[in-house]
Design a protein around this ligand. Structure first.
Ligand code: PEP
Length: 253
């Protein structure tokens, strides 16, 4: 079954107290306002994982995720964090291939395959990000560009493995810029990606695949974006740092 998912990406923001406050507020709002039928994921920086997990407790439909994981299982990789460690802290999701990781840390499609393998081997759901830069959108080759990211990173997986992956389409020109893709632009790309997945893994896997939109999603545009048939939720950056905004986005289905 295709799930509606809203995942918050805190990026490298918030100190310990701020992270605790934000998490407590979100937990209380989700409980008090009886939010249902949406899978909600908090993806804080690594150092927050333990405390955020404790605050999440047994809140229904609220899960812990990470913003990244290593492509290696374990060993002498100073500064890295393995998927197995994340799972042992209670994480259920991991963002893989965010455009900031691709751009600032030179993460290639091949490396992202290895990270996705590690996530799957440790029972984490990868939120696999893809998306085009502005010049590719302006050249009109965005669909081929993004499909190629999926082909190179994901087409070596089995059907069963693919059934455990979530996609996030994040046009780079819309991330943190206040410039959202229109709901029609998002729908067009999501539909294209779903049919691309279907061409390799079949209609059933593609039909059950959750594809999230990311890029300046806010409470005032989330309803319109989520109303589109192939938009199954959002990966939320800036607005995930404000409890009320984030919860309003969660309630936008
Ligand atoms: C993101 O970082 O994944 C993102 C979508 O950021 P923002 O919502 O701030 O554009």
């Amino acid at each position: 079954m295709r799930k509606n998912i809203v995942a918050g990406n805190w990026k490298m923001n918030l100190n310990f107290e701020e992270g605790q406050k934000l998490t407590s507020e979100i937990v209380n709002m989700l409980k008090d306002e009886n939010v249902k039928d949406v899978t909600v994921v908090l993806n804080p920086p690594f150092v927050h994982l333990h405390s955020v997990k404790k605050l999440i407790g047994d809140t229904p439909n609220l899960f812990l995720g990470s913003q990244n994981c290593s492509d290696k299982e374990s060993g002498a990789y100073t500064g890295e964090t393995s998927a197995g460690m994340l799972a042992s802290f209670g994480a259920k999701f991991v963002i893989i291939g965010h455009s900031e990781r691709r751009e600032y840390f030179a993460e290639s499609n091949q490396l992202l395959t290895e990270k996705t393998k590690q996530a799957l081997a440790n029972g984490l759901t990868p939120i696999f990000c893809c998306g085009e830069p502005l010049e590719i959108r302006e050249a009109g080759t965005h669909e081929d560009y993004v499909k190629n990211q999926l082909t190179e990173s994901l087409f070596g997986f089995t059907t069963e493995e693919m059934s455990k992956i979530v996609l996030a389409y994040e046009p780079i020109w819309a991330i943190g810029t206040g410039k959202t893709a229109s709901s029609d632009q998002a729908q067009e790309m999501h539909a294209a990606l779903r049919s691309h997945i279907a061409s390799k893994f079949g209609e059933e896997i593609a039909g059950n695949l959750s594809i999230l939109y990311g890029g300046s999603a806010k409470p005032d545009n989330a309803k319109e974006l989520f109303s589109k048939p192939d938009v199954d939720g959002g990966l939320i950056g800036g607005a995930s740092l404000k409890s009320r905004d984030f919860v309003e986005i969660v309630k936008s289905f």
